[in-house]
Design a binder for this molecule. Structure first.
Ligand code: NAI
Length: 768
């Protein structure tokens, strides 16, 4: 035993291991688990081992869910759904509240179980994961209570399939289950195969609180079980995990009309400016990438530091790194625990090796015995190095430098992901400027990896779509107020017309052009096709590309601000009114009136679709800002060409997006007449670009384009399937509003604005 004087000399911590006897008793009583279906545990079927990654100890046998198990669970969920949705919001709130309470009562038990199963330090499961689980259920008990008043006209979706990863097992369960239940849905959840135990303990809590049977069902198993859930007839899939699997799910769901949210990977920037509090920033790195062994989707894994302070920052970083304690997860003084599984450890080691082979230097990061990897970072790393490009998902950051803020932003955004970012500067101007320019869903200013149920979380670009948490997260579990759907008439591809103009109108016939970058353009192929009133240009993939390029260049539109955009929209309304008679001759009076109404309506909204300052963590200003996507693709229906076009394009541009629209294929000339209206209304070139031609050929090209960040598609199921498949490549969200009577008030409103924006959550500590 060490003498006190020796301890005083080294100031070493002695071991302080959390008592795990309760959990071990529970495991001894439950050596093998079945699934939780219809309120009861099934008998264990074919099983696999669940082990403590820190020492390989066998914890329990977990059942490998088959397609039949999934079908039974979906059936139980479906049976329970009507009754659950039939309860009042207040009644559902009581259950969610009871769950929160029970989680709190079993906080110690759940923390220890999570740490044994996952390998994360007990300090993290005890102080972060499990308290946030309880917080999530409390918050959503509140949404259940307020559902009718805050979401009038909305309805639950039905049965939700939910697939979660292993990095925050119980917390991800809470993120998924709490909003689903609050909204009146029932769920089938599949935990990750490495970490099923806290989900099964949660099932016991559902029994304890008397949750009606079938409201929550848990089917364990690996990716095959997940795939069976995706293939089942649930109304929604919510997935958190790798981008690769997310992409596969998006492809599978294309054209099914089932709702999808994806929370995928990231390679988030961590920017340290030259005026940052460097000590605080170093602590930020600890919280960013060495927290949870770096197995965090929003980890600030790319440290970018201003050249002027880089040496000093790195010295401080190394000093701090040397003090981190790697070891037994149950020891209360452990900072870095075990990687979840040998498979993941090997993956991390392989990426680090590829990075060093490509010339980077690894500081720390030694792979130890078992599932341990020491925290570390890669320095001297080029942008093209695999360590810089791939999500390492381990306790290894990259460290590189920049000279100017512009360069920092360029490096920060040089990724296909867009989940999060952390910026460090003592200047509010500099920090908020960076926050605005990073393309990501969550930005932490002078802080890192903070989470709360009231703060929306989710990504841009290939980090997925949809948000979890807050009011906006609830929308992902609710069906929009129903509108009377009008069946879209099927179209046949237009045929190039070779003869002289032969439209219906005799003398007034003419050949319209495309509208690209604010100018009328002949189609690339030079061909046209017959439409009522004349000839329309037959656009091609080259025209789509040109239009997207023009739209990309018109980025100033977003920076103009809502007030300035409103002026333009009012002007469009005014100029359209002045020419109402001409347009009515092409279409109908009702359509022209609707078109004018849309321009007025969204001019009004342009400076009023507010974000929110949410009640997340005390002492933090947490702002949720609806940002435009950038370039949006809009594929219009065939009927009511003018009213539909304006109903879809005006909300998109009011929010600051630029649009490439495919106008009604069979009758586009009322839309091509709009060019003159736009030209005389100060609409900057490139904000609206219009292509005519074969809808089913053009839409997938638009959907697949990397620069197009979101797609709206109104049309038949076959066309939508093709467009959704094409959009899945780079994981852009696709919204397919019902085709409807576009002259009616149901063709406008907040729903359109919601789908024209993506929420960015910015955390700023103040007064804390
Ligand atoms: P994964 O994406 O395979 O696993 C996540 C979940 O999806 C698990 O529950 C798994 O069983 C399930 N799954 C796997 N294949 C499926 C399929 N075809 N259909 C439906 N569900 C399926 O991730 P994995 O292999 O565990 O980790 C690989 C990498 O993914 C990590 O190194 C990391 O880069 C990333 N990842 C990202 C996470 C995040 O939070 N964004 C979480 C976990 C992993």
């Amino acid at each position: 035993m060490s003498r006190v004087s020796e301890i005083m000399e080294t100031m070493e911590y002695g071991p302080s291991v959390e008592d795990s006897s309760n959990v071990r008793d529970w495991l001894a009583r439950n050596p093998a688990f079945g699934h939780f279906i219809g309120g009861r545990f099934t008998s264990p079927g074919k099983t696999f081992d669940s082990r403590d990654p820190s020492d390989g100890e066998l914890l329990a046998q977990i059942s490998q869910g088959s397609a039949e198990d999934v079908a039974l669970a979906v059936k139980a969920a479906r049976k329970a759904q009507k009754g659950w949705a039939g309860l009042s919001g207040s009644e559902r709130a009581r259950y969610l509240y009871a769950i929160a309470r029970h989680v709190q009562k079993r906080e110690r038990f759940l923390s220890v179980l999570e740490t044994l199963d996952n390998g994360k330090p007990i300090r993290e499961s005890r102080d972060i994961d499990i308290p946030l689980v309880a917080r999530h259920f409390y918050h959503h008990a509140g949404w259940a209570e307020l559902l009718d008043s805050r979401f009038p006209g909305y309805a639950p979706l039905g049965v939700c399939g939910q697939i979660i990863p292993w990095n925050f097992p119980l917390l991800m369960l809470a993120w998924k289950i709490a909003p689903a239940l609050a909204a009146g849905n029932t769920v089938v959840l599949k935990p990750a195969e490495y970490t099923s135990l806290t989900a099964l303990a949660f099932a016991e809590i559902c029994q304890e609180v008397g949750l009606p049977a079938g409201v929550v069902n848990i089917v364990t198993g690996d990716g095959e079980t997940g795939a069976a859930l995706v293939a089942s007839d649930v109304e929604k899939i919510a997935f958190t995990g790798s981008t690769e699997v997310g992409r596969r799910i998006a492809d599978e769901l294309a054209g099914t009309g089932r709702k999808l949210t994806l929370e995928l990977g990231g390679k988030s920037p961590f920017i340290v400016m030259d005026d940052a509090d460097l000590d605080a920033a170093v602590e930020g790195v600890v919280d960013s990438i060495w927290f949870n062994q770096g197995q965090v989707c929003c980890a600030g894994s790319r440290i970018l530091v201003a050249e002027a302070v880089a040496d000093r920052f790195e010295r401080l970083l190394q000093t701090r790194l040397a003090k981190l304690r790697l070891g037994a997860p149950l020891d209360k003084s452990t900072d870095v625990g075990a990687i979840v599984d040998p498979v993941q450890k090997d993956r991390i080691v392989a990426i680090c090796r590829a990075a060093t082979d490509a010339g980077a230097e690894l500081i720390g990061g030694e792979a130890g015995e078992g599932c341990f990897i020491a925290p570390g970072y890669l320095r001297g790393i080029e942008p093209a190095n695999p360590g810089m490009q791939q999500e390492i998902f381990g306790p290894i950051a990259t460290l590189s430098t920049f000279r100017t803020a512009d360069e920092a932003i360029e490096l920060a955004n040089n990724t296909r992901y867009g989940l999060a970012g952390s910026v460090w500067s003592e200047s509010a101007t500099v920090a908020t400027d960076l926050a605005a320019r990073i393309k990501a869903g969550v930005i932490w200013i002078n802080c890192a990896n903070l989470f709360d149920a009231a703060a929306p979380f989710g990504g841009y670009r290939e980090s997925g779509f949809g948000r979890e948490g807050a009011r906006i997260g609830m929308l992902e579990y609710l069906a929009e107020p129903a509108v009377k759907a009008v069946k879209e008439k099927p179209t046949t591809p237009p045929v190039a017309s070779t003869g002289p103009d032969a439209g219906a109108g005799g003398g007034i016939d003419r050949t319209a052009k495309l509208y690209i970058g604010g100018a009328q353009k002949r189609p690339d192929g030079g061909a046209s096709y017959k439409v009522p009133g004349g000839l329309a240009p037959l656009g091609s993939r080259k025209d789509i590309r040109n239009a997207v390029e023009a739209a990309s260049k018109a980025g100033k539109w977003a920076a103009m601000g809502g007030h300035a955009r409103a002026q333009v929209l009012y002007y469009i309304a005014e100029n359209l009114s002045a020419r109402a008679g001409d347009f009515a001759a092409r279409t109908s009076k009702a359509e022209v009136e609707a078109a004018i109404a849309r321009a007025f309506h969204y001019a009004a909204w342009a400076d009023k679709f507010d974000g929110a300052n949410v009640q997340a963590k005390a002492g933090h200003l947490v702002n949720v800002i609806p940002e435009p996507f950038g370039v949006m693709g809009v594929v219009c229906p065939n009927a009511q060409p003018l009213a539909a076009f304006m109903s879809l394009v005006m909300p998109a541009i009011a929010m600051g997006n630029r649009v490439v629209a495919i106008a009604a294929q069979d009758d586009p000339l009322a839309v091509t007449d709009l060019y003159q209206v736009f030209d005389t209304s100060d609409l900057p070139g490139g904000v609206v670009n219009i292509i005519t031609g074969a809808k089913d050929e053009l839409a997938p090209v638009l959907a697949a384009h990397d620069e197009v960040a979101a797609l709206w598609y109104v049309g038949d199921a076959a066309g939508l399937t093709k467009a959704e498949r094409a959009a899945g490549g780079n994981l852009k969200p696709v919204w397919s509003p019902e085709n409807r009577d576009w002259t009616k008030p149901a063709a406008q409103g907040e729903t359109f604005l919601q789908h024209a924006t993506q929420a960015k959550t910015i955390w700023l500590p103040y007064g804390a």
